[in-house]
Ligand binder design. Structure first.
Ligand SMILES: [Zn+2]
Length: 324
């Protein structure tokens, strides 16, 4: 209800109703409207700047989601690259070695992977997540290129292996103990701390820790070169696979084969033990190529997927204490 104003009229000696002149009324209304407009503008400005418009909120959320997915994608690309390098490692160190093909030079494996200039177009766009987007694109490019080279290498391997059936059944290609969970490999090839002398020494094989009596399998076709007790190695079997390859199985509790015996991949050579220089039941396994002991990790290719191979590679590199 509008307030009624009165004033005291000295002429009539009465209180009279005060009438606002129409001009003043219009001015008041205009002032009110202007103030409302300013207040409205201020509120809108505050809302947009501090709370964001609803559309902006949706965009921000979408942006956040996209960044998250991009980061996830980037991680997946990293994982794929890791798997590809395991494949390359296997290719160069196993397949190509066995089939006597030269390893693919690093310069070819990395060929055609250019510097930042390749991504100039992307960089010019001033992207908000430039590092992430350019980095992922670059990684994907590299991956595609390397995968192409890898498939070419496999083509060559397939061609080479066609006439090498005898060779492929002879070279060591499986783990010498049943190790489906991949938990048995406890010490890898390389410099390790000797458990007896406590000094760093070359460990020329791989140790699989397993209970005494665990079956030990021949890893490839061949002939038993020796089956006897040797100082250090304990009860030990050596298989000659031909093609320059030999394998050694040491510290057995019991030997199951005789010198000169022909064996096939998977035959039982003996049982895990702790004979000779050993700190506990385990199998010490060696692969010898042309008289040189080499890393057996590269000779499990028949029973390992690339992921398992990667896992074994990591396990083999991590432990620094051997069993013998
Ligand atoms: Zn060992």
């Amino acid at each position: 209800m509008a307030r009624i104003k009165y004033y005291y009229d000295t002429a009539t000696c009465r209180y009279e109703v005060a009438k606002t002149p129409p001009g003043k009324l219009v001015l008041r209304m205009m002032t009110f409207m202007a103030m409302s407009l300013i207040a409205g503008a201020c509120i809108t400005w505050l809302y947009i700047n501090f709370a964001g418009s609803p559309q902006e909120k949706v965009l921000k959320r979408q942006n956040k989601e996209l960044k998250l997915y991009y980061e996830m994608l980037d991680k997946q690309v990293d994982e794929a690259s890791k798997m590809l390098s395991a494949l390359q490692h296997r290719d160069d160190n196993i397949y190509r070695v066995i089939l006597e093909a030269e390893p693919i030079p690093a310069s070819i494996r990395k060929a055609g992977i250019g510097g930042a200039s390749r991504y100039a177009e992307l960089l010019e766009k001033n992207l908000s997540y430039e590092n992430l987007i350019v980095g992922t694109t670059e990684k994907l490019d590299k991956l595609k290129k390397q995968m192409y080279i890898q498939t070419k290498s496999y083509d060559e391997i397939i061609k080479l292996s066609k006439n090498k059936n005898e060779m492929l059944s002879s070279v060591p290609a499986i783990q010498p103990v049943s190790n489906k969970q991949l938990k048995l490999l406890t010490s890898g090839f390389g410099k390790r701390i000797d458990p007896v002398y406590k000094t760093v020494k070359m460990h020329s094989g791989i140790d699989f820790s397993a209970p005494s009596g665990t079956k030990i399998y021949a890893t490839g076709k061949g002939e038993v070169k020796s089956a006897r007790f040797e100082s250090g190695y304990g009860n030990c079997v050596v298989i000659d696979h031909g093609f320059g390859y030999q394998t050694r199985y040491a510290h057995m509790s019991k030997i199951n084969v005789k010198k000169g015996q022909r064996i096939r991949r998977g035959d039982i050579l003996g049982f895990v033990g702790s004979t000779g220089k050993s700190t506990g039941p385990h199998l010490h396994y060696e692969v010898v190529k042309n008289g040189q002991r080499i890393d057996p990790i590269n000779f499990f290719f028949n029973d390992l997927t690339p992921e398992q191979y990667q896992e074994m590679l990591e396990a083999s590199n991590s432990s620094n204490l051997s069993f013998d």
